[in-house]
Design a protein around this ligand. Structure first.
Ligand SMILES: Cc1cc2nc3c(=O)[nH]c(=O)nc-3n(C[C@H](O)[C@H](O)[C@H](O)COP(=O)(O)O)c2cc1C
Length: 170
């Protein structure tokens, strides 16, 4: 059973990453490496993808299930995460993309009250278009900063609700 958690913020104190770490712990999974190492997606690079791209693709291909955690930037997913999904959605022809058929749970988090629900909609759209098998369970975490600081129990319940279908899919 191998659950991989991708998180979409570069910020050192990222709430999204902290949430992803808790989800990884709850599912016995691991956090993927920083997406900041990936170059901007460029079709010209596709014939010989950079090593960091190949490594991430291999990690995703080896995972039984993915959890993708996005912050909400201007009502959608972060560019950092979108870039990674673009890489993982290819190659389009000549081999299955890493995301093709992969069970994926979509998660969004925000310090705002509504928890990044707009980003969650975008994330599901993009992952679905990239060929992932979206799990029904979606999670959006509002006021994530205070819940991480004070609401361990609440977050634990939330993570458990997510972990069950992820583990079932794995
Ligand atoms: C460019 C930018 C756009 C943002 N847009 C939104 C938004 O649309 N909705 C929202 O709830 N928060 C928005 N925020 C605030 C982020 O939710 C907040 O910075 C959050 O901490 C980012 O996630 P992180 O803690 O994982 O880095 C935005 C932040 C930035 C930097």
């Amino acid at each position: 059973m191998n659950v991989l958690v991708l998180t979409g913020s570069a910020r050192s104190g990222s709430y999204t990453r902290a949430l992803g770490q808790q989800i990884a712990a709850a599912t016995g999974g691991a956090l993927a490496g920083s997406l900041t190492e990936l170059p901007y997606f460029d079709q010209d690079l596709e014939p010989t993808p950079p090593a960091v791209v190949e490594e991430l693709r291999a990690q995703v291909a080896a995972a039984d299930a993915l959890v993708v955690v996005t912050p909400e930037y201007n009502g959608t997913i972060s560019g950092l995460l979108g870039n990674a999904i673009d890489w993982l959605s290819r190659p389009y022809a000549g081999g299955p993309a890493a995301l093709e058929g992969k069970p994926v749970a979509a998660v969004a988090a925000s310090p705002g009250a509504v928890g990044g629900v707009r980003a969650l909609v975008s994330l599901r759209t993009v992952l679905g278009n990239a060929g992932a098998q979206l799990l029904d369970t979606t999670v959006s975490v509002g006021e994530v900063h205070s819940r991480l600081e004070d609401g361990e129990l609440e977050l634990a319940e939330l993570v458990e609700a997510l972990a069950t279908p992820v583990l079932q899919a794995a």
